[in-house]
Design a binder for this molecule. Structure first.
Ligand SMILES: Nc1ncnc2c1ncn2[C@@H]1O[C@H](COP(=O)(O)OP(=O)(O)OP(=O)(O)O)[C@@H](O)[C@H]1O
Length: 235
């Protein structure tokens, strides 16, 4: 079966003010199949967020290819990229990134509006189902500021899954939470992500997080290195 994520020789550079070129990612190869839950570990500054922007089709690689669900990012225009992203990729960030002036319902509904994947009359039921999955249905009319960090992250997960994306990406999803809440959020991500025809990729500097996932890689200056067992990682 075709992998859901296929990264082939992807490199990413930035031009520094000095005119020097800084290589952030250098020839990354990486594949994720449907049903897989993957951790990408790496020290601060190793390029984890940069890799996430490639997997999330927010940026294209400077060389090599990134293919998500059979679609290469390099072949899409900027409009095409954002349309593809809305319909096929869900994001969870460390800082929740909820829109402060919208209540929980409208925050979760937002990706449905952009993705244009489902009919308008389905929105309400889909938002309710997503909130139900994360245990936040009873807060549907709340404003984000009234929620705890863990609750905001639950809403952010509902928002990420409401379009039923093929790929769920989480960038340090538990970084801002206390240990107990972090564990619950990770359990939730693992239950919801990487089922049947979708996959979950979690980027983190925290080896504890990787322990709950199926496969782990470490991002190093030499590339992406598979780790035999997450429990052996000591960053
Ligand atoms: N636009 C830029 N200009 C200069 N340097 C950059 C730019 N973007 C990223 N970098 C550098 O590239 C490296 C990788 O950045 P990236 O944010 O991907 O790392 P990270 O692994 O996510 O780090 P952290 O865990 O601290 O968030 C860092 O050293 C960063 O300073």
């Amino acid at each position: 079966m075709m992998p859901l994520i296929s990264v082939d020789g992807a490199s990413s550079h930035v031009m520094l003010a000095s005119g020097e070129q800084l290589t952030i990612l250098d020839g990354i190869d990486f594949q994720v199949r449907a049903g897989q839950k993957v951790a990408i570990l790496g020290r601060s500054g190793s390029g984890k967020t940069t890799l996430m922007t490639l997997l999330g089709m927010m940026n294209k690689p400077d060389s090599g290819t990134v293919e998500i669900a059979g679609q290469q990012s390099g072949q899409l225009s900027d409009t095409g990229l954002s349309r593809f992203r809305s319909a096929n990729i869900g994001f969870v960030f460390q800082n929740y990134s909820l829109i402060p002036h919208l209540d929980v319902f409208h925050n979760v509904e937002m990706p449905l509006v952009y993705a244009k994947k489902f009919h308008r009359r389905e929105y309400k039921a889909r938002v309710r189902a997503a909130l139900d999955a994360v245990g936040m249905m009873d807060r549907i009319s709340e404003m984000p500021a009234k929620l705890s960090g863990g609750e905001q992250q639950r809403v952010a997960i509902a928002r990420a899954i409401v379009t039923e994306p093929k790929v769920l990406l989480a960038d340090e999803p538990t970084g801002a939470l206390d240990t107990v809440t972090a564990e619950k959020i990770l359990d939730l991500l693992c239950t919801i992500g990487g089922q049947e025809d979708s996959c979950l990729v979690v980027v983190t500097h925290d080896p504890e997080v990787a322990r709950d996932l199926d496969v782990s890689y470490e991002l190093t200056p030499g590339g992406l290195r598979p780790l035999a067992a997450a429990a052996e990682v000591a960053l």
